[in-house]
Ligand binder design. Sequence first.
Ligand code: FAD
Length: 466
Amino acid sequence: MSEIKTQLVVLGAGPGGYSAAFRAADLGIETVIIDARDTLGGVCLNVGCIPSKALLHVAKVIDDAKEMASHGVVFGEPKIDLDKVRGWKDSVVGQLTKGLSGMSKMRKVKFVQGYGKFTGSNTIEVEGKDGKTTISFDNAIIAAGSEPVSLPFIPSDDERVIDSTGALEMKDIPEKMLVLGGGIIGLEMGTVYRSLGSQIDVVEFLDQLIPAADKDVIKIYQKYVKDKFNVMLETKVTAVEAKKDGLYVTFEGKQAPAEPVKYDKVLVAVGRRPNGSLLDADKAGVKVDERGFINVDKQMRTNVSNIYAIGDLVGQPMLAHKAVHEGHVAAEVIAGKKHFFDPKCIPSVAYTDPEVAWVGLTEKEAKEQGVSYETASFPWAASGRAIASGRTEGMTKMIFEKDTNRVIGGAIIGINAGEMLGEIGLAIEMGADAEDVALTIHAHPTLNESIGLASEIFEGSITDLP
Ligand code: FAD
């Protein structure tokens, strides 16, 4: 058993954990980071954001090449070499995790591989491939993330039932796959597998896909994917029977097929569960709620004054960029700075085709919170760039506060929506109003012009000169 004494220990090396560790080291704090994986990067780099985007890139090229036929350029049918596709995805992940390892060494952050559990409010024990390590610390940041939720009525020991991690392994391309859950992760993986040749059914319990986004935005998405996915809304799976020739799925609800349907694979994508309950946090006196979340204040401090928590396990939205910013705050507070995690908005993006992105208040949230608002939308059918790209299905929607005309939310559906969303996020953070955005000269022809144009349509964007 080896022993380490350090000023700060970070438990979990995902985007939250490594960002916190790097910031702390930059601020002169001696830092140790622990992860059960062999590499830094957590879920996001190893089995989340990054590998999924590498595969979505492959999917996009296939789809774009097919679409070219209607513009007069015909490519042959794609030949898929699955080993090479997997190799490409793994090389992207490898490049990034190697980069993180270099940055960690440069900062003298010590990496301890293994599974860590608290043994007190100043000690963690780590069980790794090289044996046990006891770490005593002055401060700790818990950044242990989350894992996919499984469903009790679905066989978990059948390799044809997969979660997002299994889907990213790309063992084969099933002829027919059910995506159980119409959220972002399920739809992104469905997009990949469809482009590679699978027939995809999507089942969603609620009355729209990507339930967190506004209905008018999602209506456009649902219309676009109508011929690509068979979507069953307001429908649930009640049983999955594993037989030799396939998985027989029974549905119930509005669009449920009368008989069980046979699938080659079922991807369960019904959400993620925080890992808070797996850390013996009670031995350190840290409170974990019944779902596994750890409650923190605006400085990311738990109920124990020297222990902080960040990322997926402190609450929604479970997104990498939220974890990164929380990690920075925790490290800065430990270094004695009076910083707070107090963003006006956190962007959400589904990197589907088309992309769906929103930031700030949705209309749904504005109504729930009793906020007086008005909206202005610009359809991409009137955007020169969208027409020239053959992708006019998009829409840019701005949400303004009624009395002040301030930008309080925005949503974009269309190609590159995720890249475009940053401008609306900045407008919200900076307290910009409709006139500010409308008077900002956007380059022509860009898709970003639609943000200026949507603001220009809004009557509050023109005020009289004094
Ligand atoms: P995680 O990334 O979950 O990392 C936690 C780490 O802690 C893990 O490496 C784990 O091994 C380690 N750990 C846990 N317990 C212990 C322990 N006791 N001892 C040692 N180590 C431990 N988010 C986005 O913002 N954009 C996206 O495009 C996006 N795409 C995604 C796609 C998929 C398929 C998935 C699954 C997720 C995606 N996410 C995306 C979500 C994103 O991955 C998470 O929000 C983010 O990784 C959370 O970061 P984190 O630092 O909280 O923890």
